[in-house]
Every structure is written in C-alpha cells, then in structure tokens.
Write a protein that binds this ligand. Structure first.
Ligand SMILES: CC(C)(COP(=O)(O)OP(=O)(O)OC[C@H]1O[C@@H](n2cnc3c(N)ncnc32)[C@H](O)[C@@H]1OP(=O)(O)O)[C@@H](O)C(=O)NCCC(=O)NCCS
Length: 115
C-alpha cells in the first residue's frame, strides 16, 4: 500500500482552503461543502494506477455525496476544465455518476446532480 496523505496536510487543507478529503487504500477525493448553495463541490480525484478501471472513482464520489447529504447538501457539482489533461476521462467519470451538464464555455464544463 502506498503512503496516504499526511493527516497534518489534510488538516491544513481543511482549515486553510475549506477542502475535505476522503482517502482509502485505492486513492483519494477532495471536495468542498458550499453551504450558501447547499452543494458539494467535487474537486480532485486520484486512483492508484493498479486499481483503475474497477469503479473506485464512483465509489469515492458516492462516499463524498453521502457525507454531503449528511451535512445538508442537496446538489453535487463538478467542473471539467478544458485545459486539463485527460479532460475526456474526467468528463466520463462525472457523467458516470449521473451528473448532467448544466453549462459550458471555452474554459470549462459544469456538471451537477440532485443528491
Ligand atoms: C480519472 C481516474 C480518477 C479514473 O479512475 P478509475 O477508478 O479508473 O475510474 P472508474 O473505474 O470509477 O470509472 C469511472 C468512469 O470513467 C470511465 N473511465 C475511467 N478511466 C477511463 C479511461 N482511461 N478511458 C476511458 N474511460 C475511462 C469508466 O469507463 C467509467 O465510466 P462508465 O461507468 O460509464 O463505464 C484515474 O484514472 C486517475 O486517478 N487519473 C489521474 C488523476 C485524474 O486525472 N483525476 C481526474 C481529474 S480530478
């Protein structure tokens, strides 16, 4: 098993950037709870290469959504930046969770799903 993200670094990201983390032996996901819009904003996802293609991303997103629901959120939001590497895979990951495209421009695609 690879080293997981240090607890201190997670604490820093939560306090300074408002980012929450879920980590497990396969990878991690970061998200932000946006109380004004009652939404959970999915940010970064990483799956250790040997464990890719097994639905681990969807599992992490659903775990984050569950925590978002428990915190009172009613919407999941994610962004795919056109400049990002492998943007097609990121878009596929978001769509595979049932999210729909709500807007797009030259820089980004915004997706969301009621939770
Ligand atoms: C992108 C990443 C998180 C996908 O992880 P994964 O565990 O392989 O994803 P899953 O098995 O849960 O697949 C989720 C969906 O994406 C699709 N997908 C995943 N990898 C894919 C690939 N290389 N090519 C095409 N589709 C792919 C799957 O088919 C699935 O869609 P489906 O349910 O409609 O079939 C992983 O490749 C990764 O960590 N990449 C590096 C970091 C990154 O790019 N993160 C995303 C931006 S935040």
């Amino acid at each position: 098993m690879k080293t997981t993200i240090s607890k201190l670094y997670q604490d820093y990201l939560k306090e300074y950037r408002g980012q929450c983390y879920i980590t497990n032996e396969f990878g991690f996901i970061t998200y932000v709870l946006q109380y004004e819009s009652e939404s959970i904003f999915i940010q970064d996802i990483y799956i250790d290469p040997p464990h890719r293609g097994q639905g681990k991303t969807k599992e992490l997103i659903e775990s984050a959504i569950k925590l978002g629901q428990e915190a009172g959120m009613s919407l999941m939001v994610s962004l795919v930046y056109m400049a990002s590497r492998d943007k097609e895979i990121s878009l596929k990951c978001a769509l595979s969770t049932g999210a729909k495209i709500v807007s797009m421009d030259a820089q980004k695609i915004i997706l969301s799903r009621r939770i």
